[in-house]
Write a protein that binds this ligand. Sequence first.
Ligand code: ZN
Length: 538
Amino acid sequence: MEISKIDYYVWADKVADQLKEKKVKKHILHGMWTPSGFFHIGNSRAELLIPSFVHQALKDLGISSEQNFITDDFDDFDKIPEDLHVKKKDFEQYLGKPLREVPSPIQGYDSWADFFVKDVVSAAEKFGVKPNIISSYDSYKKGLYDKAIKIVLDNSEKVIQIWNQITKGNKQGMIPVMPVCENCNKSATTLAVSWDGKELQYSCTHHRKYSQGCGHKGKLKPGKGNVKLPWRLHWPATWFIYGTTFETAGKDHFAAGGSVETGQAFAREIFKIEIPMQIPSEFLLVDNAKLSGSSGNVISLNNWLEFAEPELLRFMMISYQPQTVIDFDLHSNKFFLLADRYDEAERVYYGNENKDEKRQEQLKKYYIYSQVKGLQEKMPVQLNYSIAVMVVQVFPEKSLSELVEILSSKGWIHTKALTHYNKEKLLRRLELAKNWLKKYAPEDVKFEVQHHVPKDIELNAKEKQALHEIAKLLKEKEYDEKSLFNEFYEVSKQLDLNPPDLFKAAYRVLLNKERGPKLAPFILTLGKEKVAELFEVV
Ligand SMILES: [Zn+2]
C-alpha cells in the first residue's frame, strides 16, 4: 500500500515534487499567449504566475528549470477590438495577416503584436517574473519549426486519423498545415493540396469570415516560416521543440475532444515525445465577470499596479489552487479583504500572530511566494488598506508625505523612525488607495468631510442630545478606537437610543451621508476637537 506523502501547504510545492519524479535534467515551464489584445490578470494566472511559482518551487528543491513565455504572434489578426478606438477602415486590410505584420494600434511600436507584448514584458518584471520571451513568428522564420512541419507532412494521414477520431471531425484527405500564400501573405485562406515529400502545392481559395483567399495557386518548399501549423499541432510541436515539461492552460482546452486531448495524442504518436505535465487552470473573475482581452473590462498587469502592490496579486494567485475559480472584487469594499489577508500572512510570517500549525505554515509559505523583492529582516510597517482609503479622503488637500506624518501622529502606524523601505511602502499604499478611489471605488466608500453642519440636516431631539453628550466627552477624555466605540454605545443606552441611529446621526453631521468608514477610527483621524465642534452645534 502506498502511503500518501506529506500534506502540502502550497500546491506549487506538490507540483514541483511531482516534476522531480520525472528525473529530467532541466525542466522547461511554458506559458503561451496570443498578443491580439491586452494581456489581463486572468491570463497572467495560467501563463505567467503559475509557471513562475513552479519555477520557484523547483529552485527550492535544487532542480534546474527555465520559464518560457511564448507569444503566438504568428497567429492571424482575426478581429478589430472595439475598445481600442482604432479606425476600422485603417485595419480591415490586415485581417487574416499574422499579428506581427499588422501595424501597431498605437504609434511607437513595431507591430500590433509588439504593442501588446511590450505591455506584458514591461509589467512582468515588476511582479517578479522574468521568463524568456519567445516569439512564435521569429521561431518559425528561424526554421525552428521546420522539423516538426516535416514530421506532420510525412505523417499527415495518421495525423488526420487521430484528429478525426478525437474531435469526431471529418477532415479526410486534408493535409494539416497552413502554407503562407506567396501572393497575399495570409495563411488562414490557403489549403494545402498535395505533398510529394519535398514540395507542397497549395491554393489560396479558402474563405473565412474575416478574410478571403486571393485565388493564387502555388508550390513551395516548406521551411523558414512559409508554412504554419494549425493550433492543435502548433501546441504539441512547441513541446517537441523546447522539451516542455510543465504547462498549464485554461480549463476549456481540457474538454473532451479539446486541444489538450489532441495535443497529447500528437505528442505521443506523431512527435514521439513524452507529454508535459499539464494542469488546468480556472478563470479569474473580476466582480463576477469573465475578463476578455478584447472587451472593455480588462485589468492588465499595469492596471493592477495602479491600485495594488504586485505582492497582492501574487498572494491571490498562490493562495488559490489553480483549479479554483477566483472571484476578485474590485468595485466594492470587499477588495480590502485581499489586502487584509496579505497583512495577516505577513504578521504570521514574522511571528506577530499565531494560527493553528497547519494554517500558520501555509500562510508563511504564501507570504514567501508573494514576495517580489525578497524578504525584509523585520516586519514591514502595515497600513490597513481601508485606513489608507479613509485618510486620503479625510485630508484630500495633504501631500502623501504629510499623510504619513498624520498617520504616525494619530497612532495608525506604530514606529518612531521610519526606515526608507517602510516610508516608501506607506507612500505607495496611500497613492494606490487614492487611485483605487478615483477609478474603482463604489459610491458608498467615497465621502467628503463636512466643515459645517449640513444645512438641511434633520435630527430628533434625542439624537441631538446624544451628539452634544459625545461632544462634551470628546473634549474631556482621551480615547482609543475601542473605548470610543464603547462610548457611543454607552451614550445610546443612557438616552434610550438605538445605537445605529446614533451612528447615522453622526455620519449625517460629519459626511452628510448615512454611512461612512468605521466611526471610531474615523473620528480619531479627523481629530476629536474638530468633531466635538460640529457635534455641539447641531
Ligand atoms: Zn493569397
